[in-house]
Design a protein around this ligand. Structure first.
Ligand SMILES: [Zn+2]
Length: 93
């Protein structure tokens, strides 16, 4: 789930697993798991790992995919090995 800090505009992602549960009385609920441990639901009030601000908001999943400029590139772009020009054919004469 993507997060964004309103204090420093730091963007990060945390992996959560949401378990849907139902107790003996038929009451449905959710359990949020992070690294296998139950945690409170992450929104709102997530703490920014950059500045410690609690003014962090969440994005819907897939938000960062539509805003790739927010994510620093993980690795340099590999050079394209494809030649730019097609081979020049020599004249037959
Ligand atoms: Zn921050």
């Amino acid at each position: 789930m993507p997060f964004e800090c309103r204090g420093c505009w730091h963007v990060w992602e945390e992996e959560y697993v949401v378990r849907h549960i139902e107790d003996a009385h038929g009451n449905a609920g959710e359990i949020w798991l992070r690294a296998g441990l139950p945690v409170p639901p992450p929104s709102p009030g997530a703490i920014c790992p950059h500045c410690g601000s609690q003014q962090a908001t969440t994005f819907p999943d897939g938000y960062l995919a539509r805003h790739p400029e927010l994510i620093p590139p993980a690795q340099p772009v590999a050079p394209d090995a494809t030649p730019l020009l097609s081979p020049v054919r020599k004249p037959l004469y």
